[in-house]
Design a protein around this ligand. Structure first.
Ligand code: BGC
Ligand code: ZN
Length: 370
């Protein structure tokens, strides 16, 4: 069957012929892959800067933002053929002392020995068929077929924002994280970046009740302002508003949600975080050597304003369930908005060209089948 293979040692990648997996094991499902989203991580992998093949394999099959259909189940599995599913990405390490992995929270793995499908030491989803353990699969309602590929990038926001509520339990007046009231009401959030993780995070922050602002570095082209304003957030283009003026426009900021991976942008906005605020990092910068920043000013503000700086990666099974539920919620609130985040669907043969180009737009998706 067709798959996208990345040969790190030989620094090449492209369509390969990979053996089709056979029958699913007892508690497994065989899946027909429908779509796979691409992101900055895939670009890093196909530039051979990140990722690694499974042990003993000369290549890594790419792809971690999955949407698939069950074709066959093992005798102990409960999914039904035809069911749409999204798979989680990270698999636990095997080290007995890793409390995170032993507790099912490999997104907090302490050993670094985890694997990730399509990224680290485990084949991904850019293949016609894959086998997966049923416990790693999250059923997706059929009505979300056209937007289900956005589940995985939304899980990044789900984890970030659920962590935010845990952190803010330090404030005695905060309602508990599971309270029904929108926890963000009366608070202001600034999102850095209008890519998929930024926009999906902004949608989540709006549903949590935040007065939400999106600061975008994107060049003009896609009508991002209309997308952002359509879901009730405010759009601030970097083109016309310098970083130093952002706080002047937004007023006191309770949460900054970083989704550009640009350290210079992040650290130039950080001094504008308000009292008791939380700065959330989701973007992963490349390593470009030391950069100048006023660390005294940052440290002063962090101490004198009781601030928290929070990094977050990957997501829990619960975050996947929440993301699927929220995709439904976003569809109801803002029909058409999620679909508008998908800028193109391209055949699997065009994957490498897509990843090596600068296609603009928001989310690009590989159509593997259907
Ligand atoms: C994926 C995460 C993964 C991270 C680091 C991201 O693109 O969405 O699941 O943990 O890369 O490899
Ligand atoms: Zn991704």
């Amino acid at each position: 069957m067709k798959a996208i293979g990345v040969f790190h040692a030989e620094r090449r990648c492209g369509v390969i012929d990979h053996p089709e997996p056979e029958a699913a094991g007892v508690q497994q499902a065989k899946l027909r892959v429908l779509e796979v989203g691409v992101c900055g991580t895939d670009k890093e992998i196909t530039s051979f800067e990140y990722g690694a093949p499974p042990e003993g394999s000369p290549y890594l099959i790419l792809g971690h933002e999955s949407l698939a259909e069950v074709v066959e189940c093992g005798p102990g599995a409960h999914l039904k053929p035809g069911q749409l599913v999204v798979a989680t990405v990270r698999r636990p390490c095997t080290i007995a002392s890793c409390t995170a992995c032993r507790g099912g929270r490999q997104d907090f793995c302490v050993t670094g020995q985890y694997s990730e499908r399509g990224i680290m030491h485990r084949h991904g989803f850019m293949a016609e068929y894959v086998i997966e353990d049923e416990v790693r699969l999250h059923p997706l309602p059929g009505g979300l077929r056209r937007v289900g590929v956005l589940t995985e990038p939304l899980t990044i926001a789900e984890k970030a924002i659920s962590q935010l509520w845990h952190v803010q339990q330090r404030l005695p007046w905060m309602p508990p994280p599971d309270s029904q009231a929108p926890l963000g009401s009366g608070q202001r959030a600034l999102v850095l970046g209008a890519g998929p993780v930024g926009l999906l995070g902004a949608m989540k922050l709006v549903t949590e009740g935040f007065d939400t602002w999106v600061y975008s570095l994107s060049p003009p082209g896609t009508d991002l302002a209309a997308v952002v304003e359509g879901f009730g957030a405010r759009f601030v283009p970097a083109e016309t508003v310098p970083v130093a003026d952002v706080a002047g426009q937004t007023g006191n900021i309770d949460v900054i949600y970083e989704a550009t991976g640009s350290s210079s942008l992040a650290y130039s906005v950080m001094p504008h975080l308000g009292p008791n605020g939380v700065f959330i990092f989701t973007g992963v910068p490349g390593l470009h050597g030391p950069r100048p920043t006023d660390i005294d000013a940052l440290m002063r503000s962090q101490v004198l304003r009781n601030q928290v700086v929070l990094g977050t990666v990957n997501a829990s099974p619960q975050n996947f369930n929440d993301a699927i539920e929220d995709l439904g919620e976003f569809q109801n609130r803002w029909p058409g908005t999620l679909a508008s985040l998908i800028s193109s669907r391209v055949p699997i043969e065009d994957t490498v060209a897509l990843l090596s180009g600068h296609p603009g737009g928001i989310k690009h998706v590989i159509s593997v089948a259907g």
